[in-house]
Design a protein around this ligand. Structure first.
Ligand code: ATP
Ligand code: MG
Length: 425
């Protein structure tokens, strides 16, 4: 036998028994977003490398060491997208969606980062991202957070905490940065190699380090909040007030930073303890500087992205998977005539009961064999159609999960009977 080829490390197949959970997640999110008036945009998965260098920034983990970059046949440097915001802004500018208007957009799809694979961290992973353009006030920040809170509610996810911070404007951050660098210089010995390098180029990012060795330095660092001016503080207060009024709990985490210059004011993350180390399922914030950085006119923008693998992992801990994946009925058909009539009956049922999940047996075989397949499909009921049943215009309805005896049902009454016995979760 020829040697089998394996998938690329850190890139996973999503298998048929898992896709019902993914679809459940994606459907619920899509539904919430459309009810808030957000429109889907679909961008290419590959972009010019320059786009990510300019938007994410040269001195970041993503650009320094995580991008899948290659030369195409023309020698252009291309990159598999590591995130969606850059491409969304690029597409918005290129298609005239951003200048002088407001937009509420979302997208979904795979992202690629060459990270060390571990639970909750993959090299191909999936996000649903939301971006808004043209809105400056805290009201849109609030709307985005309310959307995320509603998504968790409608998914039935409970163990999530909202962490909130404000980064002020880039000017306010410049002042703060000087204080921070002074402080970090004093504790230079405690910094790791990455942080020492970033001390000059991107010191705020040091606060975002995941290295436990840096925890103490980070904890004692001066606070950005104390360097904010009136307007930024008011923006933050209004957002907090809105969250309080809407009954959304949050904690303020002054260590929640984005090292990138285009971020401003609001940043937030939803985190959980239930997933171990990779506990952030959704991260967002305001990035008023990015559109200009990518060649557009100054445009306020705010958005978030959620990591679908981590959300699916949270959903997996419930017994949802089985409930979503199972058919209602499996149709067993014995003999030629029943097989032909059975196909038509199945079509009739699908017409009359559009919600019905029905698998029709294919491939013939003995009664015992077909019933075994019905059982394995995890259907709640088998419908049994043999020559006798066809002749008498009836069908057997057999509960497969220990709920009573087989009954004979008149074909004319079958839709009504199925509606009675199948209680939908
Ligand atoms: P982390 O701190 O976990 O590295 P990040 O700050 O790099 O996350 P973002 O770029 O803000 O992540 O992406 C938003 C979300 O996408 C994250 O909160 C997470 O849920 C998910 N995500 C990011 N990187 C990965 C990955 N390699 N594998 C799986 N999910 C990921
Ligand atoms: Mg990361």
């Amino acid at each position: 036998m020829a040697k089998q080829i394996q998938a690329i490390r850190g890139m996973k197949d999503i298998l048929p028994q898992q896709t019902p959970l993914w679809q459940f997640l994606e459907d619920r999110v899509r539904s919430v977003l459309s009810r808030y008036g957000y429109a889907e945009i679909r961008m290419p998965i590959v972009e010019m490398t320059e786009l990510f260098k300019r938007s994410i920034g040269e001195v970041t983990d993503i650009v320094e060491k995580e991008m899948y970059t290659f030369a195409d046949r023309n020698g252009d440097s291309l990159t598999l997208r590591p995130e969606g915001t850059a491409g969304c802004v690029r597409a918005g500018l290129e298609n005239g969606l951003i200048f002088n208007q407001t937009q509420r957009l979302w997208y979904q799809g795979p992202m690629f980062r060459h990270e060390r694979p571990q639970k909750g961290r993959y090299r191909q992973f999936h996000q649903i991202g939301v971006e808004t353009f043209g809105l400056t006030g805290p009201d849109i920040d609030l709307e985005l957070i309310l959307i995320t809170a509603r998504i968790w509610r409608e998914l039935g996810l409970k163990d999530l905490e909202l962490q909130l911070n404000t980064l002020g404007t880039s000017e306010e951050r410049r002042h703060y940065r000087d204080h921070l660098v002074d402080y970090l210089r004093q504790r230079f010995d405690e910094l790791d190699e990455d942080s020492r390098r970033r001390l000059e180029s991107n010191p705020l990012r040091i606060l975002d380090s995941k290295n436990p060795q840096l925890a103490a330095v980070i904890k004692d660092a001066p606070s950005l909040m104390e360097h904010l001016e009136e307007q930024s503080l008011r923006h933050f207060d209004r957002l907090r007030q809105g969250l309080d009024e809407a009954g959304v709990d949050y904690t303020i985490n002054p260590r929640l930073v984005r090292g990138l210059d285009y971020y401003s004011r609001t940043v937030f993350e939803w985190v959980t303890d239930s997933l171990g180390a990779q506990g952030t399922v959704c991260a967002g914030g305001r990035y008023d500087g990015l559109v200009e950085q990518l060649g557009g006119r100054p445009t306020p923008a705010v958005g978030f992205a959620m990591g679908l693998e981590r959300l699916v992992a949270m959903l997996e801990s419930r017994d949802l998977q089985e409930q979503l994946a199972t058919p209602d009925v499996y149709l067993v058909m014995m003999g030629d005539r029943a097989s032909r009539e059975g196909v038509l009956l199945a079509e009739r049922l699908r017409n009359g009961l559009p919600w019905l999940r029905l698998i029709g047996h294919c491939g013939g075989g003995t009664f015992k064999n077909q019933l075994k397949k019905a059982d394995r499909s995890r259907a709640d009921f088998a419908l049994i159609l043999g020559e006798d049943e066809v002749a008498r215009k009836e069908i057997g309805l057999k509960p497969l999960r220990g709920k009573g005896e087989q009954q004979q049902v008149a074909l004319a009454q079958l839709e009504a009977r199925l509606e009675e016995v199948i209680i939908r979760g």
